[in-house]
Ligand binder design. Structure first.
Ligand code: ADP
Ligand code: MG
Length: 574
């Protein structure tokens, strides 16, 4: 993907470039620090279950506008509730996916499980949602005045700008997941979660109404760097980086301290994603209420992103030693799993209270009908699933596209302010169903493909088609086949400049243009009638080369990062 030369650049956290000897020394240390603090992955090129490589990372944190960060954090409990309500709306899910399942075999298989479960009635009515809402800043936001756009200028290598400590930031963005400790939630805890959510709501009301613009660059020129953010997607299954999010902050904090910039640390928001997510699993375990029952992680045949699973397991084992964790593939569950008299899921003689799916989101995880049978077995069991089948379907791209249509949110959210706040985060999302609207989308995509990304019903990265590749891809499909896809406006995030450190790459790293994607975690637990827990649970930041379409870290294109919060008046600190 080429980068528009007018793309604004967010100011840097510290002055770059670093002197070469200092860069070489700190990068070497940071690589070891990353491995030794679990910011690591198994190598895909020379895999060994006995070793780890550091995960690619950005040397110093990338700037992110504080207001937009806080807005995203504040909105998460509302997005949690939205997705919970969507997952429990049988008519909406069925109608929305009607065309998709005619052509997309994977979604059809999931939907068949859903249909069968609906027909027999849900054995377990409670679901555990561990969501991640992914977003990018939009620098080409139409709300930004043309005058401001004209003021764009060179930027990015600004060093001395921000010396003031912003201690207030230290509390921002932390998950509220603590306090479960393997006990049932007290009324007071439930109230405090609600109050926190309400506070978050005020925060989002305060920030979504106005246009925010961060300014960057030199003394006499201001550059509008962004004005809003847009949701890239919402993940309802295997939302990764609960460990790698906080681990990125650990590594970058070390680097900043080594470089003599400890004063910057308060501008990196707290990140309790690991605790927030694991405590969510334990809250579900509490609801299941059987002291001997275990938590089951469903894993891939080979887990490259092992730290992002094992740290969850180790956190649970260390914090709640009475709760055992099992790891099994779908194939293992098919071989070993069975249902007890009350439909409890039994594995190796142990009853499973909670199932956490870190696999099962792509066709490659289902080698044969056996794995589908295992998924169905789990779905019909008494175990609390993360996600349950209805939550999985609610996270499809097609459902996201349907939610972005006018007036649809009113079906799921009562409060007009909340509807407005959520509505603003959607960028254009268009149906490609086999009807008039879908045909109009098709024509639009052929006319101006550079404005769009084309997405199938897949997760895990590497499946989308971008810009000028779209017409050929669409023309190869029949009208009916197109309904397996959706079209989305491309988001144009501002650039940051920095060093990306990768295993095996040349040393020292050079300064590159990058763009970031922020993910906000949320935990929601409840059934069709009640939400029992609902909270925001930390964040993660992934950064990729500005020229790359996608930035999956496990896929090798992205790098671990964490936000350095900047305020719109920071340039005055010079
Ligand atoms: P997946 O489920 O495979 O992760 P995503 O919708 O998250 O699918 O897309 C993968 C990646 O593609 C994102 O992480 C982002 O880097 C890029 N991307 C997706 N949608 C857009 C968009 N509308 N504008 C710009 N980049 C996008
Ligand atoms: Mg994604």
């Amino acid at each position: 993907m080429s980068v528009d030369p007018n793309t604004p650049v967010l100011r840097n956290c510290i002055h770059l470039p670093l002197p070469e000897d200092e860069l070489i020394e700190v990068t070497g240390k940071a690589k070891d620090y990353a491995i030794m603090h679990g910011a690591a992955m198994r190598s895909k090129t020379s895999f060994s279950p006995d070793s780890l490589n550091f995960a690619p990372f950005v040397l110093v944190p990338s700037s992110f506008p504080r207001k937009e960060f806080e807005k995203a954090v504040g909105l998460q409990p509302i997005i949690n509730r939205l997705m919970h309500n969507v997952a429990h709306d049988e008519e909406f899910i069925t109608t929305t996916l009607a065309e998709t399942i005619k052509v997309d075999e994977f979604t059809a298989n999931l939907f068949n499980i859903y249909r069968k479960v609906l027909a027999h009635g849900f054995t377990q009515r409670t679901s555990l949602g561990m969501l991640r809402s992914d977003l990018m800043l939009e620098s080409g936001c139409p709300e930004l005045s043309p005058k401001a756009l004209l003021l764009r200028g060179e930027a990015g290598e600004d060093g001395q700008a921000d010396t003031a400590a912003a201690a207030a930031a230290a509390g921002t963005g932390s998950g509220s997941g603590g306090g479960g400790r393997g006990k049932a939630k007290s009324k007071a805890e439930a109230r405090s979660e609600e109050e926190e959510a309400k506070r978050d709501m005020h925060l989002s009301r305060a920030t979504v109404s106005g246009i925010t613009t961060a300014t960057v660059a030199s003394k006499d020129r201001k550059t509008a760097a962004y004005c809003c953010w847009k949701q890239v997607e919402i993940n309802t299954i295997a939302s990764g980086f609960g460990h790698l999010g906080p681990a990125s902050k650990t590594v970058q904090s070390f680097v900043l301290r080594e470089l003599g910039h400890a004063d910057k640390l308060p501008k990196m928001p707290n990140n309790n994603a690991l605790a927030g997510l694991c405590d969510g699993m334990v809250k579900a375990w509490d609801i299941y209420a059987k002291p001997q029952a275990v938590i089951l992680f469903i894993i891939e045949d080979v887990s490259y992103n092992i730290c992002d699973q094992r740290f969850h397991e180790f956190y649970i084992r260390e914090t709640y030693p009475h709760i055992k964790v099992l790891r099994r593939t779908l194939t293992d569950v098919h071989r070993e799993g069975k249902l007890g008299l009350n439909k409890e899921l039994l594995l190796s003689g142990l009853e499973v209270a909670v199932i956490y799916f870190r696999a099962g989101y792509e066709p490659g995880h289902y080698h044969s009908q056996d794995e589908w049978d295992a998924r169905y077995l789990m779905e019909t069991s008494l175990a609390i699933k993360c996600p349950s089948i209805q939550y999985h379907l609610a996270g499809t791209k097609k459902v996201q596209q349907a939610l972005a249509q006018p007036a649809v949110l009113e079906r799921f959210i009562n409060d007009p302010d909340e509807i407005k706040a959520v509505g603003k985060i959607f960028t254009g999302l268009y149906s490609l169903d086999d009807n008039d609207a879908g045909n109009a989308t098709y024509e639009m995509a052929l006319r101006t493909p550079e404005k769009f990304v084309l997405k199938p019903q897949r997760e895990g990265g590497g499946n989308n088609v971008y810009g000028l590749d779209i017409p050929d891809a669409l023309k190869r499909m029949s009208r009916v086949e197109r309904s397996g896809w959706i079209l989305m406006d491309l988001i144009h995030p501002p650039l940051t400049k920095g060093y990306m450190v990768r295993p095996g790459a040349e040393m020292p790293p050079t300064i590159v243009d990058m763009v970031s994607e922020l993910g906000i975690f949320g935990v929601v637990i409840g059934d069709a009638d009640h939400i029992i827990h609902n909270y925001q649970a930390g964040h993660m930041l992934r950064t990729k080369l500005a020229t790359a379409n996608e930035g999956g870290v496990a896929a090798g294109l992205g790098a671990l990062d964490s936000p350095y919060l900047i305020d719109s008046d920071d340039e005055d600190e010079n």
